[in-house]
Design a protein. Structure first.
Lengths: 270, 121
């Protein structure tokens, strides 16, 4: 017998809870009902249904977790912080590659979450909020140490990938690579989407002159003139969001030193 | 006309980008130029950005980034290298988590939750 959409939705919600080991929901059926009813009303068409259900489940569970972490002195609060530990610790381990250090930094992050929980503006994004606290704890740790060694053998979290990506780019034969033709077509498309007037046309010509790397050109135009986020740009270029961030930073630095761009801005400011 | 050194030209541009003259530029070009010269905007901007950043990143993962276009956090991330680094790191973790690559149900380590017994400030 074919499973109805409603049953499928319930099952997806309960699977998310089980897969992640999330146990703070007292009435799982009621929890699933609420999420599925909300999704039916919204009728989201821009994301696949299963993904939309999973994301909605995470958002609703964040509210439950936030509420439980705020319940001072209760056993629920203790369980909530244990769950938060299980979420944050793998992130710290991924960032540090050191189990002892990950444990210390996760502990510090948990204590900060507890102290600052009233500052969490959106309980539906509680896990991202807690992750941001952890990221800052990790950064502070390395800043105090006075050097960056987040991953042994790497100068920073994305530098190696960037270097490899740029080496691949310089090795390929631009004229004959099908991939590079597709990529350049996509970059041209990005430029033409963004052009709204003569000033922008001139600016984009200068960007092409000052920035030789087509990936960097695309990142600048999509990020600033096509309103795209790092995720979308990274997917289109087949690189990580860390790569996008570093390549964007490098492109901005290159423009600051480029005579044609400096002259263009001076003229615009007259 | 005397030739200006690159550093003095950069200094003059930075000053102009912080002054009312910046409004001679279109909004997009203003943000772009401020990003190139890393011009900070108003005081307290980093804290305000940090408060909204988790929801911003979740919206991007959900495919609803368009609802944030023109918002304070969106504009601040364009011009602030420090906050855009946090954005990139948080987004990277969120993407890995959404692909199931971060979820580890069991961990041999455990937290010390004695701080929960302390009085909350």
């Amino acid at each position: 017998m074919e499973e109805s959409g409603k049953e499928q939705c319930y099952r997806t919600v309960l699977n998310v809870l089980a897969k992640r080991g999330w146990q703070l929901v007292r009435d799982e059926t009621g929890f699933a009902e609420k999420i599925c009813a909300e999704l039916r009303q919204r009728e989201t068409t821009d994301t696949p249904e299963r993904v939309a259900i999973e994301r909605a489940t995470i958002r609703h569970y964040c509210q439950v977790l936030h509420g439980a972490c705020s319940e001072s002195g209760s056993s629920l609060q203790k369980r909530a912080f244990e769950e938060l530990w299980r979420y944050l610790y793998p992130i710290a381990l991924y960032k540090t590659h050191n189990a002892d250090l990950a444990q210390d930094l996760t502990q510090q992050a948990l204590e900060k979450v507890w102290k600052k929980i009233s500052q969490c503006r959106e309980p539906g994004s509680f896990l991202s909020w807690a992750t941001l606290i952890l990221i800052n704890e990790i950064r502070e740790h390395y800043r105090h140490k006075g050097h960056r060694e987040e991953k042994s053998g790497e100068s920073n979290w994305v530098e190696t990938e960037i270097v490899e990506s740029e080496m691949e780019h310089s090795d390929e034969s631009e004229e004959h690579s099908e991939f590079s033709q597709r990529r350049n077509a996509s970059i041209d498309d990005g430029f033409s989407q963004a052009v709204t007037d003569e000033t922008q046309r001139e600016l984009f010509a200068i960007i092409r002159t000052c920035i030789k790397n087509p990936q960097q050109q695309k990142i600048l135009v999509d990020s600033f003139f096509n309103d795209k986020g790092y995720k979308e740009i990274a997917e289109e270029l087949g690189i990580t969001v860390g790569n996008v961030h570093v390549l964007r930073h490098r492109a901005l630095s290159a423009l600051r030193k480029c005579e044609a761009f400096i002259q263009f801005i001076e003229d615009q400011l007259q | 006309m005397t030739q200006q050194s690159p550093s003095s030209r950069n200094r003059r541009i930075r000053q102009a980008l912080k002054s009312p003259r910046v409004h001679a530029l279109s909004p997009q070009l203003r943000l772009f130029a401020q990003a190139v010269w890393n011009i900070p905007d108003q005081r307290g901007a980093h804290a305000r950005c940090h408060a909204d950043l988790p929801s911003f990143v979740d919206a991007e993962i959900d495919g609803h980034l368009a609802t944030w276009h023109g918002s304070f956090v969106h504009e601040h991330l364009q011009t602030c290298h420090r906050c855009s680094t946090d954005y990139a790191e948080l987004l990277e973790i969120a993407i890995l988590d959404s692909r199931g690559l971060m979820n580890q149900r069991s961990s041999s380590s455990s937290p010390n939750l004695s701080f929960l017994e302390l009085p909350h400030d």
